[in-house]
Design a binder for this molecule. Structure first.
Ligand SMILES: C[S@@+](CC[C@H](N)C(=O)[O-])C[C@H]1O[C@@H](n2cnc3c(N)ncnc32)[C@H](O)[C@@H]1O
Length: 295
């Protein structure tokens, strides 16, 4: 990947993750608000519900060896390792996140394990966190029986390379499950993105350090071309869009505002982007895409 975008992503998450954790907790992803998006609930519960709904949608009810691609501070990694008594590896570009994820494992009493000891079948949950680029990982072929990518695909500058690497790492019969920000489909009556839509996206790209996003249909085509089998996609924009209102409500707290200002320029810009996400969902431009596949 190009050095500059990786550096920007690293800087963004190094800087903003402590504030995010203090304010919004360990999960850095949307929440699930029911099929019609109207089931209002505690924001953190909604984030956990999204994990559970995704697992149910993909039919994943067991796993031994898990890779969490773009793991943040280990919210999903620890949740999944614990739920399935599995070995789980979380990778991120941010050393601050990897370090904090390791601390959180210790706080939760989940063992931290070195890679060379990782081949043993799990008897109890064990995790490790690495600063590793998802486009070029050090792991062996056909290694993980479950690969989870929660809202990291939008950061990948090479979507094909990202899915190709996940395919290489996935065990035959394993499951790859991704939830990612997309733009609306363009192979329909709505046609190509308008200038106004493209401008909207460009602003988001700059603020969240996203190289670009693609449509869910494009992800499906890439995954099929690579060779993923049992492919399914789904659009859960309706189910998750309320999340941004919940974030706005909590950001109005004076203490949170002060924290945002102290955290630095990248975090302030990230906050501005909240409005762009809200209106992006409202105009149908931003879509929340799911893709699952096997090998
Ligand atoms: C929005 S956060 C999601 C964190 C986590 N999945 C969660 O739901 O809490 C995006 C994550 O993707 C990671 N990421 C972005 N590009 C990456 C890359 N090329 N390789 C590895 N991780 C990457 C970031 O470091 C960050 O941890």
């Amino acid at each position: 990947m190009t050095t500059s975008i990786a550096d920007k992503i690293q800087q963004f998450y190094d800087e903003s993750s402590p504030l995010w954790e203090r304010t919004w907790g360990e999960h850095m992803h949307h929440g699930y608000y029911g099929l019609n998006g109207q089931h209002k609930k505690d924001r953190r519960q909604a984030q956990i519900d999204l994990i559970e709904e995704l697992l149910a949608w993909a039919g994943v009810n067991s796993a031994q060896t898990i890779l969490d691609v773009g793991c943040g501070i280990g919210g999903s990694t620890l949740y999944l390792a614990d739920k399935f008594a599995a070995n789980a590896v979380g990778i991120t570009l941010s050393p601050v996140q990897a370090r904090r994820a390791g601390e959180r494992a210790t706080e939760q009493g989940i063992a931290l394990q070195e890679w060379e000891h990782f081949d043993r079948p799990p008897t109890s949950p064990a995790v490790q966190f690495q600063v590793t680029d998802a486009l070029a990982t050090p792991f062996p072929d056909n290694y993980f029986d479950f690969i989870w990518s929660m809202e990291s695909g939008e950061h990948m500058p090479d979507k094909q390379g990202f899915l190709q690497e996940c395919y290489r790492l996935l065990k035959p019969q394993g499951t790859f499950l991704m939830a990612t920000w997309c733009h609306r489909g363009t192979d329909n009556l709505a046609g190509p993105l308008t200038h106004s839509e493209q401008r909207h996206l460009n602003q988001l790209y700059q603020l969240y350090h996203l190289p670009y996003v693609i449509s869910l249909a494009e992800y499906g085509d890439i995954a099929a071309e690579i060779g993923f089998t049992e492919l399914s996609t789904a659009d859960w924009s309706t189910q998750v869009a309320f999340f941004w209102q919940a974030v706005v409500q909590s950001a109005l707290d004076p203490q949170v505002m002060a924290g945002i200002l102290q955290a630095g320029s990248e975090t302030i810009k990230g906050t501005v982007a909240i409005a762009l996400m809200t209106t992006g969902f409202q105009r149908g431009l931003i879509r929340y895409g799911l893709l699952k596949g096997s090998k």
